[in-house]
Design a protein around this ligand. Structure first.
Ligand code: HEC
Ligand code: HEC
Ligand code: HEC
Ligand code: HEC
Ligand code: HEC
Length: 311
């Protein structure tokens, strides 16, 4: 074995071709997907349904499964206005008409709404733009909705792409593995390995997309979700110790639906109200006489792990 290793090291040192010596964990630079269909196929999760049926159905009901479309098309519509009211009006954006939009212009949203867009070409950015504006065109509306619904935050984004935050220490996610809470074999043909993700149960996992504040890394910073910032800087210092997963997945048994205020149980759990009210009569002055008055004292306590509403 030792002999083998030293041969391997020698081969590596001797060869300038880094390709041969690449760590098995290194993220292979993938060919850029050229169409929405190609990108969707690369992250196809239809096979997961067969064995993880309940989780799959919960996920389908979640906001994550429609992260480029939104709840009631709100996300797609806002990407549309980002183009018309933002990009097209800013003198240095390089965008005068929707046809000028490239990948770089969509990443300030896709960073969190579709992280895998990084692996796509400008053609995909254009296909997304056409689908977004297609929502207002009767003839292609249906097809546009389908396109935007096809690309989303799915099982593989969470259980592979986003399963490791510290890639220099722990390596890049392996493309043949799904990341969960254990190590071992997996029955899926395309993903035959289960690896352990150190962060799956931690808030930092969700924090990757749930925002600290402005996204300063972009030439034109965007800001959308800030729940993770609020969690870290307000909830935790006040002694809060629940994780995102415990409140959003486990405590109320919501699993992969991962709901917020759309779910009555979550809305109920959000705020503690204490109300005290009493009425009395007050003699104001001679002209107006006695007037009825009420005193209402309301105390509201935010019981969530962050400011509400967010965004
Ligand atoms: C043929 C059946 C089958 C298919 C298909 C399948 N899985 Fe699994 N998966 C399992 C079984 C069985 C386990 C082990 C469950 C256990 O031991 O808790 C598992 C475990 C997992 C785990 C680890 C759970 C943990 O607690 O560590 C993840 C994550 C996972 N699967 C994701 C997926 C994804 C994503 C897909 C689709 C790409 C998929 N699975 C497809 C059967 C399947
Ligand atoms: C830092 C990550 C991040 C970035 C960058 C980001 N978003 Fe978001 N966005 C989220 C998250 C997480 C939510 C849902 C939770 C929330 O509102 O806190 C959300 C919610 C939304 C919603 C409401 C969705 C609905 O279904 O009601 C819209 C609309 C939206 N984003 C549009 C955009 C647009 C357009 C951009 C780019 C200009 C953008 N976002 C950039 C993370 C982000
Ligand atoms: C938004 C991120 C996200 C998405 C999308 C997602 N998961 Fe998960 N999944 C998690 C987290 C976080 C946990 C751990 C939950 C906990 O801490 O209790 C988990 C747990 C699991 C588990 C193990 C525990 C269990 O509940 O049995 C399996 C299996 C699993 N997911 C499969 C899937 C499959 C299949 C899909 C797609 C249909 C999927 N997940 C989509 C984040 C996600
Ligand atoms: C890859 C990025 C990403 C990860 C990881 C992620 N989210 Fe999200 N999440 C989003 C985006 C984007 C939206 C908004 C989608 C939309 O409606 O456009 C969202 C929406 C939500 C919502 C609002 C749901 C609703 O129905 O209104 C909740 C709650 C949520 N996420 C919780 C979590 C929790 C908890 C985790 C960690 C277990 C997590 N998310 C992990 C990106 C992510
Ligand atoms: C102590 C429990 C608790 C913790 C911890 C918690 N949440 Fe929440 N969260 C809630 C409840 C309850 C709601 C529903 C609020 C409402 O009805 O307005 C909510 C709402 C949300 C929303 C919707 C906000 C909006 O107004 O659009 C998002 C997104 C969200 N949480 C994400 C997260 C993320 C990400 C984390 C971890 C960083 C987290 N939550 C931690 C309980 C919690």
């Amino acid at each position: 074995m030792r002999f083998f290793k030293s041969v391997l090291i020698l081969v590596c040192l001797g060869l300038p071709f880094m390709v041969l010596c690449q760590d098995a964990n290194a993220d292979p630079v993938r060919k850029k997907a050229k169409t929405i269909d190609e990108l969707a196929a690369r992250y196809d999760v239809s096979s997961c349904k067969e064995c993880h049926e309940e989780i799959y159905e919960q996920w389908e009901a979640s906001a994550h499964s429609k992260s480029m479309f939104g709840i009631g098309a709100r996300t797609a519509a806002t990407i549309g206005t980002t183009i018309t009211k933002g990009l097209m009006t800013w003198p240095y954006s390089g965008v005068e008409k929707p046809e000028d939009v490239t990948l770089k212009h969509l990443m300030p949203c896709a960073k969190c709404h579709l992280p895998q867009l990084e692996e796509a070409s400008d053609d995909v950015a254009q296909e997304i733009v056409k689908a977004v504006f297609g929502l207002w065109d009767k003839e292609i509306r249906k097809e546009s909705v389908e396109k935007l619904r096809k690309i989303n935050i799915n099982c593989l984004i969470c259980h592979q792409t986003k399963a490791i935050t510290h890639k220099w220490a722990q390596g890049f996610p392996q493309r043949a593995a799904v990341y969960g809470t254990q190590e071992g074999g997996h029955e899926d043909e395309k993903y035959p390995i289960i690896k352990k993700s150190e962060i799956l149960h931690e808030s930092v996992f969700c924090g990757q997309c749930h925002g600290l504040g402005p996204n300063f890394e972009f030439e034109e910073p965007s800001q959308c979700a800030t729940a993770y910032g609020s969690y870290l800087f307000a909830y935790v210092p006040e002694g809060g110790h629940e994780t995102c997963q415990s409140c959003h997945m486990r405590t109320l048994n919501k699993g992969h639906v991962l709901p917020a205020y759309r779910d009555p149980d979550m809305a109920e759990a959000a705020v503690r109200f204490e109300v005290d009210a009493f009425g009395y009569y007050w003699r104001k002055d001679k002209a107006e006489g006695v007037t009825p008055l009420a005193v209402v004292r309301v105390e509201m306590t935010n019981k969530t792990g962050h400011g509400i509403p967010d965004g």
